[in-house]
Design a protein around this ligand. Structure first.
Ligand code: NAD
Ligand code: TYD
Length: 339
């Protein structure tokens, strides 16, 4: 079995590669990643020594290069993680989101059509459903919730989802889609809420909380997401969408305070800053379908997961210090130059 993992040098893709190499030692995994600011080869250091793993620096929009790799490797399954993934960046510059997230998805699926595939899996997000009100805790996203996006990021992901379903209906491509809630864990790029707060708190820097900090996200430990994808690619039904989430809703401010507490840092580091434009209020997944049909459930509680994550950042300073010294400064510092 050969699996192509696009975006495997990023946060979730790399966790998936490690999970799969460990769980299925007889599989061959080929990572396709063009190493944007969010992709880092050092993340895959331990996989690169494995003879069943190959890394290819390829942009998923590069049709020729993608086709060439299909001819060489004959993959059985493609799992498409590659994406521009940060909402704030999509607000500043939507174009690259449209190219990678939509065009790149179509190139990968065209290759699957041309060379044949057992399964094309699209890693999507709960953000395609838009947001829910904070005062209606009874409401959750199901697979039937209409797509209703807020940001250029979520719009590009929703466009890709529609394209994936259209390739299934029009060409009969065997596809599945997972729509997961916010992930956290090792190798999370420190521009996203949890890793940013950890690395800033460790350096006694301000912790920028958007608006009032009352927006709610439904957090899932990354390994539980990887397990869900492993189940879907093997046992999921063609043409189906599966929501993935663990009923773990938290306000942003709760998360930031918890990180301060765990690290023994004062809450006075918290700084309320200008709100994100179009900021989604609440995400909350109903994961009944994947539980009922595939037996998936989250195994790591938030209380354990956040401790494991903080410990990982404490023990892997070299990884994130390398990252925050480069292009990230260029993006991050001007953002807060007024605060
Ligand atoms: P990430 O930004 O950490 O990693 C993205 C990876 O894709 C990077 O390694 C980058 O180099 C690569 N990439 C970007 N453009 C590419 C291109 N054109 N060609 C080849 N490689 C390219 O993202 P992530 O957080 O790991 O998210 C992975 C996927 O999961 C995305 O599709 C995202 O929409 C989805 N998702 C993320 C979350 C989350 O909480 N992070 C939740 C649900 C779904
Ligand atoms: P983020 O990690 O960017 O994920 P997403 O926007 O995809 O949910 O942000 C999570 C939440 O944290 C979101 O409500 C925005 C908020 N946030 C802050 O308050 N401060 C920050 O510096 C960042 C990056 C995010």
């Amino acid at each position: 079995m050969t699996i192509f993992v696009t975006g495997g040098a990023g946060f979730i893709g790399s966790n998936f590669i490690y999970y799969m190499l460990n769980k299925h030692p007889d599989y061959r995994l080929v990572c396709i990643d063009c190493l944007t600011y969010a992709g880092n080869l050092s993340t895959l250091k331990n996989a690169l020594q494995n003879p069943d793993f190959r890394f290819c620096k390829i942009n998923i929009c590069d049709r020729k290069a993608v086709y060439r790799l299909f001819e060489e490797e004959h993959p059985d399954i493609v799992v498409n993680f590659a994406a521009e993934s940060h909402v704030d960046r999509s607000i500043e510059n939507p174009e690259v989101f449209l190219n990678t997230n939509i065009i790149g998805t179509s190139v990968m699926m065209d290759a699957c059509r041309k060379y044949g595939i057992k399964r094309y899996h699209q890693v999507s997000t709960d953000e395609v459903y838009g947001d829910l009100p904070v005062d209606r805790p009874d409401l959750f996203f199901t697979e039937e919730t209409p797509l209703h996006t807020s940001s250029p990021y979520s719009s590009s992901k929703a466009a890709a989802d529609l394209l994936v379903l259209s390739y299934h209906r029009t060409y009969g491509l065997p596809v599945t889609i997972s729509r997961c809630s916010n992930n956290y864990g090792p190798y999370h790029f420190p521009e996203k809420l949890i890793p940013l707060m950890i690395v800033n708190a460790l350096a006694d820097k301000e912790l920028p909380v958007y608006g009032k900090g009352i927006n709610v996200r439904d957090w899932l430990y990354v390994e539980d997401h990887c397990k869900a994808i492993d189940l879907i690619i093997h046992n999921g039904k063609n043409g189906e969408v599966y929501n993935v989430g663990g009923h773990n809703e938290k306000q942003n401010i709760e998360i930031v305070k918890m990180i301060c507490h765990e690290l023994g840092k004062p809450e006075s580091l918290i700084k309320y800053v200008e709100d994100r434009k179009g900021h989604d209020m609440r995400y909350a997944i109903n994961p009944e379908k994947i539980h009922r049909e595939l037996g998936w459930y989250p195994e790591t509680s938030f209380e354990d997961g956040i401790k494991i994550t903080i410990k990982w950042y404490l023990e892997n300073e070299e990884w994130w210090k390398g990252i925050i010294s480069g292009e990230f400064q260029y993006y991050y510092n001007p953002k807060y130059s007024n605060h």
